[in-house]
Design a protein around this ligand. Structure first.
Ligand code: MG
Length: 409
């Protein structure tokens, strides 16, 4: 699944600090915008990160946006114009697009991932919090001026809404690409809305609710900034999210894997599921894909499920000649059975020859597909062994791999 994210940071609000744009105000030692960037970058499933910024930042971005992986686009007059500009930068291949407001710096990756999954299934999803206060309805609304007889009359409760049906929308909001396209077109046609989900609703799409967090506050006033600072400090001091009623913390597990195969005549050289042209291949069981084997062991190791030999023994006819990609997928499925999914994978191939540079992108793409990870969460490096030992003499190829998995609390 190809997931793109748009972070809306195009506002010019300076009311919270003297001369500093709101999105660059300091929060726990980092600019507020950077908190959102870090949350989305640490979510391994997001392939593209598009940031909508004030137009003057395009040529002179602040330090936290000087990252070549980010795509900066200029904001527009209204929120929906800004989102439309961001949407225009989303690749055609995107399946799901997230929109997040940079004024919500304390979003967490579990929430982002829940929004992705809900949108993939339902078409559109928003993170939202059940109302805890009693909700009053006044037809005069916030525009009715206090002090004047007409204004005071309008500032009267007409009725009390049943709280159990009321949700407070947060971000991210997530959409299948075609649903967001319909919402964006409606916004550009002149329909006013305070969020994209409202436009998707008006375009006739169902919008699913995903559990939000009280930590995911919107920083609009100076008081909000004080609360955000307190939440950051509570987290740093170990008070943790539980103290304010969020679900438990995620569990992270790390695993390492290693494999080595001898080179042999008359064999194909397959690494990460990609056949690499070379005059020799690797000998061994199945296709001898040492990269897949090392990553498989890293995944199994992270969840303490033994090693590749235990799950795919040489004696098992089921796996004879099988693609090692299939074994890797099986290991990922075993981990998923324990509630774990991959965050990222890093591997190093050790071989004197062939040269892997020209094949690296294809290998990363293939591994990312097998692992259902964004390519940005898959790293494959290669080095020689300086002529030393079996790998250095070109007799064998070795792979070291490490994998990080998470289970949400
Ligand atoms: Mg092996």
């Amino acid at each position: 699944m190809h997931v793109s994210a748009i972070i809306a940071a195009g506002g010019r609000g300076r009311r919270l600090g003297a001369g500093v744009p709101k999105q660059l105000l300091d929060l726990g030692g980092r600019p507020m915008l950077q908190w959102s960037l870090d949350a989305f970058r640490s979510c391994g499933r997001i392939a593209d990160l598009i940031v909508v910024v004030p137009p003057e930042w395009i040529d002179a971005p602040p330090a936290c946006l000087r990252d070549e992986r980010l795509r900066l686009v200029p904001g527009g007059r209204r929120r929906q114009d800004s989102v439309a500009n961001g949407f225009a930068a989303v690749p055609e291949t995107a399946d799901v697009v997230l929109i997040h407001d940079a004024a919500r710096p304390l979003v967490d990756t579990a929430t982002i991932e829940a929004a992705i999954d809900a949108a993939a299934e339902a078409g559109a999803a928003i993170v939202a919090l059940p109302a805890r206060d009693t909700i009053k309805w006044s037809p005069g609304g916030a525009t009715a001026a206090a002090g004047s007889p007409a204004g005071d009359a309008a500032r009267t409760v007409e009725r009390t809404l049943p709280r159990e049906f009321v949700y407070l929308a947060q971000t991210p909001q997530a959409f299948r690409r075609e649903v967001l396209r319909a919402a964006v077109q409606l916004g550009l046609s002149g329909v006013e809305a305070t969020d994209e989900a409202a436009l998707a609703e008006q375009a006739g799409h169902a919008v699913r609710l995903v559990a939000g967090s009280v930590r995911n506050i919107k920083v609009t006033t100076a008081d909000d900034l004080v609360i955000a600072e307190a939440l950051v400090n509570a987290q740093a001091s170990g008070a943790g999210a539980r103290a304010v009623g969020s679900p438990g913390q995620p569990t992270f597990r790390i695993g390492s894997g290693y494999d080595l195969h001898r080179f042999a005549e008359g064999r194909r050289l397959v690494l990460g599921g990609v056949e690499i042209p070379y005059d020799r291949g690797l000998s061994g069981h199945s296709d001898a894909d040492a990269l897949c084997h090392a990553v498989t062991d890293a995944v199994l190791g992270a969840v303490s499920l033994g090693d590749i030999g235990a799950h795919f023994p040489d004696t098992d006819e089921r796996w004879r000649g099988a693609s090692s990609v299939a074994m890797l997928r099986h290991a990922v499925a075993l981990a998923a059975g324990q509630g774990f999914r991959l965050v990222n994978v890093d591997a190093t191939i050790v071989a004197e020859r062939p040269t892997f540079g020209p094949h690296r992108a294809a290998i990363v793409a293939s591994l990312a597909r097998a692992l259902d990870l964004a390519e940005s969460a898959v790293s494959v490096k290669a080095k020689t062994n300086e002529g030393v030992d079996a790998t250095g003499r070109g007799e064998a190829l070795a792979v070291h791999a490490i994998a990080l998995l998470r289970r949400d609390g």
